[in-house]
Design a protein around this ligand. Structure first.
Ligand SMILES: Nc1ncnc2c1ncn2[C@@H]1O[C@H](COP(=O)(O)OP(=O)(O)OP(=O)(O)O)[C@@H](O)[C@H]1O
Length: 387
């Protein structure tokens, strides 16, 4: 945000709707840079040497299991953790030594942290008031922020008079009213029930598209990350395992952790074998599964294969696919839009999901024999870490 109060009136021009996702940054075009950030709580390392850069308008989701350091990392970026090591740059300027209120970062906290004694309008005005902008001067920015999140009818209400979704929108309006360079959203939808959550996901996407603001979103919900972000950073025990476009992280995970964390997979340990005919297989007990190697692994490499539940095909008759196995149906669970199968196969218990019309119109019986298979290309085989 510009430091001079008059600039606030230009709020209408501060954000432009996004037309397409911005390209990934180069060193020269980076808007936000996080460089070798490490944060310890006593002897516990919560964030371990994290680096990444975002271009202007880019949206990154920090995704990972509970306790992996997501909140700690955005608190460091926001300036709430003074003891962090490393650098945060915005537009090429190192802001690491600046206090939170001088970083031009808007934050939406997990619990929204709205001031209970202030109306929506005054909550939204809060950041500008702190910057000594008079309410009259701030009015256009307040109006625009409230309009963006569609809370005009509720501007005079107090937080306790709002629904969860409305509180969430008020928190977003408060964060963007200061025209921040960067928006940080910590688990923005986690306080909402499942149905509202899905609706708010679409609303949030629209708001973020409208703003076209550089955003980091913390979530442990994959669907949220995949739906809202241009790229995802998968965190594990404080470090970034992979940062990639959602489709690349899902289809081409670089580590066993990412492969197991994203999506719903069946995982088995085995040994890689290269056959004389040039194809590759992974031996799991008595069974060999053919796969298309994505990384170089000599014969004898200990590896783990990930078989995505939705890539398995189940049929009563023979299927034209690789890796065909006979299996016994332990459970067939009909969920309306999809059929879930739990199968006993020669490599172990498999979970398969099908939304194909033929499977949905079929009734399967527990104990019946079926065929299960998956293409060689769909298997993700990644070597075990050495040591
Ligand atoms: N103030 C603190 N003192 C000591 N340890 C802390 C403190 N805050 C967080 N931690 C620890 O640091 C690790 C990372 O916590 P953090 O809240 O960043 O994780 P997270 O990925 O955001 O988790 P969640 O998804 O559950 O919110 C956790 O193991 C947590 O117990």
């Amino acid at each position: 945000m510009a430091s001079d109060a008059n600039a606030v009136v230009s709020f209408k021009d501060a954000f432009k709707p996004r037309t397409s996702p911005p390209p990934e940054p180069t060193t020269r075009t980076a808007h936000l840079e996080v460089i070798n950030v490490t944060m310890d709580y006593g002897s516990f390392r919560a964030v371990d040497n994290v680096s990444f850069a975002l271009s202007r308008g880019e949206r990154l989701a920090l995704l990972g299991p509970s306790g992996c350091g997501k909140t700690t990392l955005i608190n460091v970026i926001a300036g709430f953790n003074k003891h962090a090591v490393g650098h945060v740059r915005i537009n090429g300027t190192d802001v690491s030594r600046r206090p939170a209120y001088r970083r031009d970062i808007g934050v939406v906290f997990q619990n929204y942290a709205l001031f209970p004694h202030l109306t929506v309008e005054d909550n939204v005005y809060f950041g500008l008031k702190m910057r000594r902008v008079s309410k009259a001067k701030a009015k256009p920015a307040i109006d625009r922020a409230i309009e963006l999140v569609r809370l005009e009818p509720f501007r005079g209400r107090y937080p306790h008079q709002l629904s969860g979704g409305q509180q969430q929108r008020a928190a977003i309006a408060r964060a963007i009213a200061i025209e921040p360079e960067i928006l940080l959203l910590d688990e923005p939808l986690s306080n909402l029930d499942a149905k509202l959550r899905e609706q708010m996901r679409t609303d949030l996407l629209e708001i973020l598209d409208e703003l076209s603001i550089t955003t980091i979103l913390v979530t442990h919900d994959q669907a949220e990350a995949l739906a809202l972000a241009d790229r995802v950073a998968v965190l594990n025990a404080g470090h970034v395992e992979q940062i990639a476009r959602p489709i690349d992280a899902y289809e081409n995970p670089k580590t066993q952790f990412v492969a197991g964390f994203l999506g719903e997979s069946n995982a088995f340990d085995g040994t890689v074998q290269h056959r004389p005919d040039g194809t590759a297989a992974i031996q799991i007990g008595p069974q060999e599964l053919t796969f298309a190697p994505r990384v170089e692994m000599p014969s004898g490499t200990k590896a783990r294969v990930f078989i995505r539940a939705e890539r398995l095909r189940v049929s009563r008759s023979r299927l034209a696919t690789d890796n065909l196995m006979e299996a016994r149906l332990k459970h067939a669970i009909y969920l309306g839009g999809e059929h879930r199968f739990v199968l006993e196969s020669p490599i172990g218990v498999l979970m398969a999901v099908s939304s194909s019309e033929s499977d949905l119109s079929n009734t399967y019986k527990t104990g019946e024999k079926v065929m299960v298979g998956c293409s060689a290309a769909s298997l993700i085989v990644l070597p075990d870490d050495e040591g």
